[in-house]
Structure formats: C-alpha cells, structure tokens
Design a protein around this ligand. Sequence first.
Ligand code: NAD
Length: 300
Amino acid sequence: MTAQTASMHKTSILDGKAIARDVTDAVAQVSATFAQTHGRQPGLSVVLVGEDPASQVYVRNKGRMAAKCGFASQTHRLSADVAQPELMALVDQLNADPGVDGILVQLPLPPQIGADAVLRAIDPTKDVDGFHPVNAGLLASGDVDTPLLPCTPAGIMHMIRRVHGADLSGLSAVVIGRSTIVGRPIAQLLLAANATVTIAHSRTPDIASVSRAADILVAAVGRPQLVGRDWVKPGATVIDVGINRIEDVNLGTSNLVGDVDFEAVAPIAGAITPVPGGVGPMTIAMLMGNTLKAAEARMR
Ligand code: NAD
C-alpha cells in the first residue's frame, strides 16, 4: 500500500453499542405487539447461583435490558452452596411455567453443580442461551432457522452481515478458538452463510499465516492482543470477541483489552470491532431477540 492509498484507506469501526441498540429497539417494538396480541409479555427468567461479581453485573444488565424490551423478567438467586437437586427443581418449575419463554442459567456455576446436566435439563425451546445439545445439534446439521442460536455468535453474524450482506460466498473466514460457546457455533454460522471456513486453535501451527488468508477473521481466544498486524490481510473484517482484564498493579487500575491489538490492526483492517463496545453489547441484544423468538414460537 503506498502512502497515498494508506491515507485514503478508511477503516470502518463496527459500533456494537449502536448496532445492539437497533436490535433491541426492533425487539421492543415486536414485543409490544406480542403483548397486545397475546395479553401477556414475553417472559425471561434468569437463574443466578452465588455471588460472582462479574455474573452479578451481567445478570443486572440482562434484567435492565429485558425491562427495556417490554419483557416480564425475573431473577432467581440461589446461594453458592445450593445442592444440584434444588437447582434442577427450579429449572423444572421454570420449564413448566407457561409465562416463562426463556430460561438462562448464568455461568459459571459452583463446583458442586454439574453445569452440563443443568443446561441439558432446560427445555430446548426455552434455552435462550442456545447451549442445549438439541439447539447445538440443529445448528451443526446446518439449520440456522429452527434452533435458538447462541447469543455471541448470533451477534457476530449480525455485525458481519452489516459489512458483507447475508451471502458470504467466495469469502474466506478464519475463526481462532474452538469453544462450544463461541468458536464452534460461529464457524457453523459462517459455513451456513457460504463462507469457506477454517477453525484454528491452540494446536494449529503457524496461526499467523492461517489468519492472514482470512477475509473475515474472528478471534475468540482469551489471550490479550494475540492478533497482531502481521496476522491480518489488509482490508479484512476483524471481529474481536476477547474480553481480557489487564491489571496495572502500580497504578491500581485495570482495563479491558481484546484478543486483537486494535491500535496495530485497525489501520489496515477494512472493518474492526473495538473492545469494549464491539461484540460485548451484541450478546445481550441477541439474548433479547432469542427470548422474543422463543415466546413467538411457543404461541404458534
Ligand atoms: P475458551 O477458553 O473456552 O476457548 C478458547 C479457545 O482458544 C480454545 O478453543 C483454545 O484452543 C483457543 N486458544 C487458546 N490459546 C490459543 C492460542 N495461543 N492460539 C490459538 N488458539 C488458542 O474461551 P471462550 O469462551 O471461547 O472465550 C474466548 C474469549 O471471548 C474470552 O476472552 C471470553 O471472555 C470472550 N467472550 C466474550 C463474549 C462477549 O460477549 N463478547 C462472550 C463469550 C466469550
């Protein structure tokens, strides 16, 4: 790139807060119509076990956003030493409650609880986190319409569609990370949108050159600023999922950074998400979308 073309290059910063607001505004409108039609609000129940400070913040934000969307939302708080049968009984009760459309059990759960068993006990039609094997299995079979999709990957796709449209034919996508919450499902969604998808992970040799082939690069690793400038093809769309808290012990401060070195990569990317204010706000917006989708499906 010459100095002249470099100065002409304009990177689009994908503003997750603004895009998330568009999503929740649309959800709130449809939710109002739902309430008029059915005589009740869509219902979201959040289960919080213990006192984890980050979980408390997430749950509070979810409750606040649910209220903005016109949902009836409840938070069920259980103590950190709750026994598994008691938590399972609550899940059963919420499964059976006709006013509850979405159930979310906030993770992480304390060590005495088998998280997989709890997530599997949730009625898949109320599984607004999209983690139940039925929803994950439908997605893996190529069905992106029937299942409730996991919120972070769904939010990422929403952002990618803003840049590239719905059909990613001819584009190469690289996902770094293979977790069940982000890496695997985002790879399935990209594949369903016709991208040519590569999943890279901790055992992939020379990730930099794999990444550099990507028109769309999704980093979901949890390693601060792992993705540097030489990992990115000029003009690529770079989606940074990482949320890493960096403490400065000398200053006594902390700040959030992503998996991408934003300062280094932004000048050459075509589009990039910041951290914070990129993918993060999309996750909660898509949770609202899932709750509405679950409510509508249950009234059909
Ligand atoms: P995870 O720990 O479950 O998975 C991380 C993945 O990265 C693994 O598959 C591993 O193989 C891979 N990996 C680890 N080190 C690597 C390396 N050096 N090179 C290449 N790959 C490597 O994490 P996760 O749940 O997928 O989350 C990833 C990040 O995204 C975390 O920072 C998390 O906080 C963040 N996150 C953000 C949101 C959001 O709403 N924005 C939601 C979920 C997760």
